[in-house]
Design a protein around this ligand. Structure first.
Ligand code: NAD
Length: 440
């Protein structure tokens, strides 16, 4: 079976590598020449643990190749995965121009029966739109070629993308074609053998499952963040609250850590998109709308907390550790740091930043503030001559910091631990004026 993956971002690249690892013949295509050049040389353009090794291995074995040639990619493949971005429009709706551009190309070059699989996160109805786009192009070419559409949403977590793809919690496949369903279950046979549950359904349900899942997780995060704000007021401890809640098997402990709000390339855009889908269908999703508002409030609240604790922050120097939206990724899309750092700079603060993988991305995303941010080699350099330090992302390496050395490098002694990494460290309060989230 020849597989094509169109779009080699976080989802497409990992999917392509995984399918090659499962023994398939995979071609990954992208319009980004630089990305494809890097990949042809065996270098991953993104940071994702374990990816580089698997990439190299499957290129060397000849089962994985990269190209910018869409015609060849479409013509040669039996199954085409669409894994391009679906960024938010200004009104929150998902921008489908990349998906529909790929559908157009498929219609232009399709030469025999193919299964077209949508992996991008898309609003309900996009499967039909992709089918109509391909059919319209075929009609222009006066050709009648059979094809099927499948919705196969992706649930990987950045930072664990390879592991998640190799060991997913479930595979969701939406299609009404038994032929396409049989081909898809064959592709994922290696996961069936591992007893991964499969949810076989129609396209619309598969499309909804993805948004419903992401919105639920965003609600869970906003929920504990709202609880954390109240806990601070009443003298309760959110870490214990979350632990006790999570021990209830109906609740589960994941996504119950208070922090600076959710970010990343999925939750902010997918919550907005599902709210938009509801409005277009004369519905409201009041819980999700509130989760979005609570997420904005949490970020504001944590900035206010810094100002409240330190008093005036004008002309203060603050170290920020962790810029990416979560650990083990270089992804900065909608990271809380992109809100919190500009807010502090607007108050007259100078920033010294360090992130193990996010700095390259941060530099261009925060280029408006270049003269107010110094990017540092490590945590200790970032701390040098600072009045305060903020931890925004819980990179594992931060938990091994020599706190005394950090403090020695600083001129002030405030530590805003917005991931509660050091809450249980008995020495932290003797070294710093220590502020965590949702605890007093
Ligand atoms: P990304 O921005 O990292 O990658 C998208 C890639 O598509 C880019 O390399 C871009 O150059 C390429 N592209 C755009 N138009 C193209 C075209 N016409 N032909 C070929 N390539 C084209 O995006 P991503 O994070 O991989 O997300 C892709 C989709 O998967 C989105 O819908 C996203 O919501 C969804 N998703 C993302 C994650 C995640 O954690 N990143 C998880 C699950 C689902």
């Amino acid at each position: 079976m020849k597989i094509a993956v169109i779009g080699t971002g976080y989802v497409g690249l990992v999917q392509g590598v995984m399918l090659a690892e499962f023994g398939m013949n995979v071609t990954c295509m992208d319009v980004d020449n630089q990305k494809i050049e890097l990949l042809c040389q065996g270098n991953s353009p993104i940071y994702e643990p374990g990816l580089q090794e698997l990439l190299q291995k499957n290129i060397n074995s000849g089962s994985l190749k990269f190209t910018t040639d869409i015609k060849m990619t479409v013509e040669e493949a039996n199954v085409i995965f669409i894994a391009v971005g679906t960024p938010p429009e200004a009104d929150g709706s998902a921008d489908l121009k990349y998906v529909l551009s790929v559908a157009n190309s498929i219609g232009e070059y399709i030469n025999e029966y193919k299964v077209v699989v949508n992996k991008s996160t898309v609003p309900v109805g996009t499967g039909v739109l992709v089918r109509d786009t391909i059919s319209a192009k075929l009609a222009q070419r006066s050709k009648q070629i059979d094809f099927d559409i499948v919705s196969n949403p992706e649930f990987l977590r950045e930072g664990r993308a390879v592991q998640d793809c190799l060991n997913p919690d479930r595979i969701v496949l939406g299609t009404t074609s038994t032929k396409a369903m049989a081909i898809m279950t064959k592709i994922y046979h290696a996961l069936q053998v591992k007893q991964v549950p499969f949810v076989l359904t129609n396209i619309e349900t598969a499309e909804m499952i993805k948004y419903a899942s992401n919105a639920f997780l965003a609600v869970k995060i906003s929920y504990i963040n709202e609880i954390s704000a109240l806990a601070e007021k009443v003298g309760a401890n959110t870490i214990d609250i979350a632990r006790a809640m999570g021990l209830d098997s109906r609740i589960a402990p994941e996504f119950l850590q208070a922090g600076p709000g959710y970010g990343g390339s999925c939750f902010p855009k997918d919550t907005q998109a599902i709210v938009d889908i509801a409005k277009k269908n004369d519905s409201r999703l009041l819980i999700i709308e509130s989760a979005i508002a609570a997420n904005i409030r949490q970020k504001q609240r944590l900035v206010e907390k810094i100002i409240q604790v330190m008093g005036c922050v004008e002309n203060k120097k603050i170290a920020v550790l962790g810029l990416s939206f979560k650990p083990d990724t270089d992804d900065m899309r909608d990271a809380p740091s992109l809100y919190i750092i500009p807010e502090l700079i607007n108050q007259g603060v100078k920033i010294q930043a360090y992130c193990p993988a996010g700095m390259k991305e941060a530099k261009w995303r925060l280029d408006k503030y270049t003269d107010k941010i110094v990017y540092c080699k490590n945590e200790y350099e970032a701390a040098t001559n600072c009045d305060a330090m903020i931890i925004l992302t819980e990179w594992a390496q931060f938990s091994y910091l020599d706190l005394k050395k950090i403090k020695t490098n600083m001129i002030g002694n405030y530590l805003f631990d917005y991931r509660n990494m050091f809450f249980d460290d008995s020495s932290v309060r003797s070294i710093f004026k220590y502020v965590a989230v949702g605890v007093v």
